[in-house]
Write a protein that binds this ligand. Structure first.
Ligand code: GLV
Ligand code: MN
Ligand code: MN
Length: 412
């Protein structure tokens, strides 16, 4: 099969989407159902229509664009990713899997292919945790991993629920209706930037993911009486920010204690209220991200952090509340899809490296729905979640070529 990727068109589309953002180019900020997110979604639907795809949306605006195969009864092969972006992110995270997936689907008929199985491009809602504090909202719902109570407990910074923001965005249907039925897809393969340095260091154009590390997030709320920064004497203070400082150190200690490079932990969110220089802090919120390729070891780190946090709060006479936001199992990718990606790479003369994904992706949850794997393309200097995130047009095109080849093999 001689497959030509329209690199210029794809690059233009990626650049165009980068400008639909709440922060100036090359920074991208596109939070779930913000006006820029809604505008980006409308623009994507125009591209899907232009490609002749059949589009459907579910109750949280997960969007499915199907290129029908010759056998409508056969379960489709799916690909896709997300277009939401954390504050001050780059323009490739997620986008490469959506627009690249679209270009792969456009390239196949240009090469005279018409697979047996339909190929469906999925754009997942809210892969990033920005609005509701929980990543992969759309794919978690599709996999049926969120119960009613958990969904109902989610609030955005304005106190709105998932139902509220869906209603505001004119979404219809129940959250339960987003769950995919078993067997609905034959397989799923996501194209994504690596977001780490390995492919570039090894000068490998393509990575194929064999497993995705297990992510967890823990929220800790600390409180104290606060008061005047000048008049309350030191022995009388119960300053929650000092408990927070101890907890942040405990997070690092707990991760290092496993003595494994695969354990990582970060306290990425620290909010101090009332946030005035002449006021003793009264409330502190910490959000802690812990990941490991070994789920049990990750859970051990969480236990150590929670114990240290509770002890710090008690010692300092501070109020303490904790909430485990998520603690997901790792995912193992499907060997036959890994092999299909390797074959597709070999067919176009590109070496391909097996690797683990330390970032999470919607594939973590799609792996609970159907056999799943991922294709990585290099990230310059391993940088991601920053405006200077970069993957060259030719590198993206190589990933799309391999994706198209893999979809073609899987779709038969
Ligand atoms: C995804 O954005 C992650 O934080 O791994
Ligand atoms: Mn991301
Ligand atoms: Mn991503």
């Amino acid at each position: 099969m001689s497959l030509s990727i329209d690199t210029k068109r794809l690059t233009d589309e990626i650049e165009y989407l980068a400008h639909i953002s709440d922060t100036p180019y090359p920074s991208v900020t596109r939070v779930l159902f913000s006006s820029v997110d809604l505008r980006a979604r409308e623009w994507l639907k125009l591209l899907y229509a232009d490609a002749g795809l059949v589009v459907r949306e579910d109750a949280v605006s997960n969007t499915f664009a199907r290129w029908p195969g010759t056998d409508p009864a056969a379960a489709p092969v799916a690909t896709g990713s997300h277009i939401d972006a954390i504050p001050n992110a780059g323009r490739f995270d997620g986008v490469v899997g959506v627009l690249g997936g679209l270009e792969a689907i456009r390239a196949l008929p240009r090469a005279g292919r018409r697979p047996r199985r339909s190929i469906e491009l999925v754009m997942f809602t809210a892969e990033e945790p920005t609005r509701f504090g929980l990543g992969c909202l759309g794919s978690r719902l599709m996999a049926g991993t969120l119960n009613r109570q958990k969904i109902a407990s989610l609030r955005d910074p304005q106190g709105l629920s998932v139902d509220d923001v869906c209603a505001q965005a004119y979404m219809h249907g129940t959250l339960e209706s987003t769950r995919l039925t078993p067997g609905c897809y034959d397989s799923f393969v996501e194209l994504h930037i690596e977001q780490g340095p390995l492919l570039e260091l090894k000068q490998m154009p393509i990575g194929v993911v064999t497993a995705i590390a297990a992510p967890a997030a823990l929220r800790i709320d600390l409180s104290g009486p606060g008061g005047h920064a000048g008049t309350v004497l030191m022995p009388d203070r119960h300053d929650p920010s000092l408990a927070a400082a101890e907890i942040m150190q405990a997070v690092e200690r707990a991760a290092l204690a496993t003595q494994s490079r695969d354990t990582v932990a970060t306290c990425g969110l620290v909010q101090v209220l009332p946030g005035a220089v002449n006021s003793i802090p009264r409330e502190v919120r910490l959000e802690i991200d812990v990941r490991d390729i070994d789920g049990a070891r990750r859970d051990g780190v969480l236990v150590a952090i929670r114990a240290a946090a509770k002890a710090s709060a008690e010692r300092r006479g501070c109020g303490f509340k904790e909430q485990l936001i998520n603690a997901d199992p790792p995912a193992t990718c499907a060997p036959h899809i890994v092999t299909a990606v390797e074959q597709a790479s070999a067919a176009v003369g590109l070496p391909c490296q097996r690797m683990i994904s330390r970032a999470y992706h919607d594939s973590l949850f799609m792996a609970q729905v159907c056999p799943t794997a991922m294709i990585f393309v290099p990230s310059k200097d391993g940088i991601s979640h920053r405006p200077d995130e970069y993957t060259a047009p030719d590198e993206i095109a190589q990933g799309v070529r391999v994706l198209a080849g893999a979809l073609d093999l899987l779709a038969g």
